[in-house]
Design a protein around this ligand. Structure first.
Ligand code: BG6
Ligand code: MG
Length: 215
């Protein structure tokens, strides 16, 4: 088999929480009197840290905020976001994702998460995947967020594999760059598939089973 492990991004790959991120940032923008925050702006937030995502919103206003105020704004967004997450359950794990994970695991591949989100443990718990992955590297254990490869390198290290032995699955351009720069083969969904250096462009999540010879 070509790979020994698969490292998944979380938001927008395992679940659709990328939409909640967008809606929560949009709500914050509106609270700040910014009405021009769009889905196009949101693309720049994909994969990057909470504070970097906030900067994408603040670029749309002339108001200058102190670091303390920025921290409070990021917390407000996170409260709005967590409120949205609180309605999530195992039903939010799609049949396609759960079947594909099962097929990979059945063939003996190790499975990990590599996400910039500090809410990763909370989301995995809600999806019923709290103890499912062999390794979880997330925003709580890295100092540099994607496009830096740190989170994927950490996941590979936790699994005990070299980057060349792992496939990274991403939906964001910043995440695809992180994977490629870390020495991983990347399978890209959506915008990540358009990043020129990805090894595979996925039409659907289930394509991963074919790439990993599990279908
Ligand atoms: C990433 C998202 O997974 O996590 C980003 O793609 C987000 O949009 C980042 O900013 C940090 O998330 P959180 O949950 O820690 O605010
Ligand atoms: Mg993502």
């Amino acid at each position: 088999m070509k790979y020994k492990a698969v490292i998944f991004d979380l938001d927008g790959v395992i679940c659709s929480t990328d939409e909640y991120h967008y809606l929560a940032w949009k709500a914050l923008a509106e609270m700040l009197g910014i009405d021009g925050f769009t889905r196009e702006d949101n693309k720049l937030q994909r994969g990057v840290s909470r504070m970097e995502s906030l900067e994408v919103v603040l670029r749309k206003t002339r108001t200058v905020y102190t670091e303390e105020q920025k921290t409070a704004l990021a917390e407000t967004k996170n409260e709005i976001y967590k409120n949205m997450l609180s309605g999530m359950s195992e039903k939010d794990l799609s049949e396609e994702v759960s079947t594909t994970l099962y097929k990979l695991r059945e063939k003996g591949l190790k499975l990990a998460i590599g996400s910039s989100s500090k809410n990763t443990p909370f989301i995995l718990e809600r999806l019923g995947l709290g103890a499912y992955f062999d390794a979880v590297a997330d925003g709580n254990c890295v100092t540099r967020s994607k496009p830096d490869p740190e989170v994927f390198l950490k996941a590979a290290e936790m699994l005990g594999f070299k980057p060349s032995e792992c496939l990274v699955v991403e939906d964001a351009a910043a995440g695809a760059k992180a994977g490629v720069d870390g020495g991983f083969d990347v399978a890209g969904l959506g915008e990540a598939g358009d990043y020129g250096k990805t090894a595979y462009r996925l039409k659907a999540f289930s394509d991963i089973a074919k790439i990993c010879e599990c279908d």
